[in-house]
Design a protein around this ligand. Structure first.
Ligand SMILES: [Cu+2]
Length: 281
């Protein structure tokens, strides 16, 4: 992240605004020390997000030392332009974890594997045109999942920034001229074609290259599920708890590869697109 910030500064962009800090109160459900990540079920964060269960990165591994699932904590959430981290964690007590299996369950049989055809659902684009995945036959496709109201800079907004960079590369690289980008909303009830169109314009998405798609919520949910992606609001109107997947799809509509999470780079995705079989002419 530091590297990205420095690069942006070096390009003469205005310095990023100072990070914002929020106090969070909740319970640790699980810990992944190797990823410096902790899953916290927390109460409302006034002015930022409603009560939800979310994985958070910690600023340093030492913040997780001695912490255990069940710990009740208060913590400081630092939200910068590009990422969000917990910068302090104080244990205030501990309690049994109510429902450790809470959260959307995805069974392995719902997943598509590399080589499998991507299911053809009735999706529509930001111009209300039908945009099922079959409409992109003959193109290599990079596809990701986002929603426009996502409050966490290193989730959906980061996917949008990465896709902007991939779009730039596609437009500059003759070898990638057939490539199409697709961002599928996880919030189809709110992200109507009109909302997605505004969002696309704010990102300077070129409609000839980059499609933003939505559709009937059940269709979108079943499409997302085939990639292992689920999104759920714990309470009506709350921010969505969701995961991330970014996929490369070949010109025959088959899955080539899928990334989990937000740790992939635009350069890696561009290399995967180059390596995917180009369409036959
Ligand atoms: Cu998000």
């Amino acid at each position: 992240m530091a590297v990205l910030v420095l690069t942006a500064a070096a390009c003469g962009r205005p310095a990023s605004p100072p990070p914002k800090h929020y106090e969070l109160k909740g319970q640790i459900l699980s810990i992944k020390p190797e990823e410096q990540e902790v899953l916290v079920k927390h109460e409302d964060i006034p002015g930022f997000m409603p009560a939800m269960t979310m994985p958070y990165k910690v600023k340093s591994a030492s913040l997780l030392e001695g912490r255990q699932p069940g710990d009740l904590i208060t913590a400081t959430l630092e939200v910068g332009e590009l990422d969000a981290n917990l910068t302090a964690i104080t244990k205030t007590g501990s309690a049994p974890i109510e429902d450790p299996s809470a959260g959307p369950a995805v069974s392995a049989s719902d997943f598509i594997d590399p080589g499998d055809p991507v299911p053809d659902k009735a999706l529509v684009d930001q111009d209300q045109a039908p945009r099922p995945i079959s409409s992109l036959r003959g193109h290599r496709v990079a596809l990701t999942f986002i929603y426009t109201r996502c409050p966490l800079p290193d989730f959906c907004p980061l996917m949008d920034k990465h896709f902007q960079q991939v779009q730039d590369a596609v437009k500059k690289t003759p070898q990638l001229a057939d490539v199409q980008l697709v961002s599928v909303t996880l919030d189809p009830a709110f992200d109507t074609p009109a909302v997605l169109k505004k969002h696309a314009q704010s990102l300077k998405a070129d409609p000839a290259v980059w499609h933003f798609v939505t559709g009937d919520p059940a269709e979108v949910a079943s499409f997302a599920k085939s990639f292992g992606v689920t999104a759920e609001a714990r309470t009506p109107g709350a921010a969505l708890e969701h995961n991330l997947r970014t996929a490369v799809i070949d010109p025959d509509g088959r899955l080539v590869k899928a990334y989990s999470g937000n740790m992939w780079t635009p350069a890696e995705l561009i290399a995967d697109l180059k390596a995917a079989p180009a369409p036959a002419h």
